[in-house]
Design a protein around this ligand. Structure first.
Ligand SMILES: [Zn+2]
Length: 277
């Protein structure tokens, strides 16, 4: 449910993005008849039985796959470990590059594929491993095997890992308004504007050189991240993810400098790097 609502808090498509997205849908033959241009961010949620051609694109005359149809929008993979291994591994390169090249003997096609990947998985095959109220019946080996279906290099490419505990009925039924999508969206738009002003794009796309330039750390933050890298055995890729996410948390607070609490929050979002079993 959270994943589906995500597009409602994302900034509006720019004209350039709307044109790109429309072109891809048009090539795929999916443009609704009466719509000249798509104005909302796409949300694609392919089933876990999808083939690699369906995911990254393919066919005799290569057509865009789910990752290109999610360009400028959200790609949601529910039950992540159920996806075929080759399909998940095929995501790695596009996640890095923002495009995908499909080579066939007769023709090579390149499609844009810059999407926000959102994935959900249970902590174990039965689903109750981290649940304080239910008993998990899986063996440690079953849990290890289940979690190992997601490779380290794929996990490395996911910025934020969050444990979402089950919701109790009385909380579900409670009448709490919470914050409206509109006000969240305005906050996100402000953070995005700061980033565009800073270097013309969003933080996720920072190069290593830009990370050095725009994510300077004070001594305390440096010590914190050093401890996390040593203790959790984080990869170099996870390290740069932490810096980018910390930069974004600071931007959301409209804080010019990255402070140690931004770094410690970003470190918390690497929970799957420290495997629980
Ligand atoms: Zn279990």
């Amino acid at each position: 449910m959270l994943a589906q609502r995500l597009p409602s808090i994302l900034p509006d498509l720019s004209l350039e993005e709307a044109v790109e997205t429309t072109k891809i849908f048009s090539v795929a033959g999916l443009l609704p008849e009466k719509e000249a241009i798509l104005v909302t961010r796409p949300f694609r949620a392919p089933h876990h039985t999808i083939s690699d051609a369906g995911m990254v694109g393919g066919g005799h005359i290569p057509k865009p796959g789910a990752i290109s149809l999610a360009h400028n929008g959200v790609l949601f993979l529910d039950e992540l470990p159920e996806f075929k291994k080759n399909v998940l591994e095929a995501l790695r390169q596009p996640l890095e590059d923002g495009y995908v090249t499909i080579a066939r003997s007769s023709i090579t096609a390149t499609y844009p594929a810059r999407f926000m990947l959102v994935a959900a998985m249970n902590p174990c095959p039965c689903g109750y491993y981290t649940d304080p109220n239910r008993e998990c019946r899986c063996s440690p080996q079953q849990i290890r095997q289940y979690q190992a279906r997601i490779s380290g290099p794929l996990l490395d490419r996911i910025d934020i890992h969050i444990d979402v505990p089950s919701v109790r009925y009385r909380d579900l039924a409670a009448e709490s308004d919470g914050e409206s999508s509109l006000s969240v969206r305005q906050r996100i738009q402000r953070a995005r504007d700061i980033q565009i002003k800073r270097f013309g794009m969003c933080n996720a796309r920072m190069s290593n050189r830009q990370i050095k330039e725009f994510c300077p750390l004070d001594k305390g933050s440096e010590r914190l991240i050093e401890m996390a890298v040593d203790k959790l055995g984080l990869s170099a890729r996870a390290y740069t993810r932490i810096l980018k996410v910390a930069r974004t948390i600071a931007d959301l607070e409209e804080e010019e400098n990255i402070l140690s609490h931004h770094i410690s929050e970003a470190i918390q979002y690497r929970s799957l790097d420290r495997r629980i079993i």
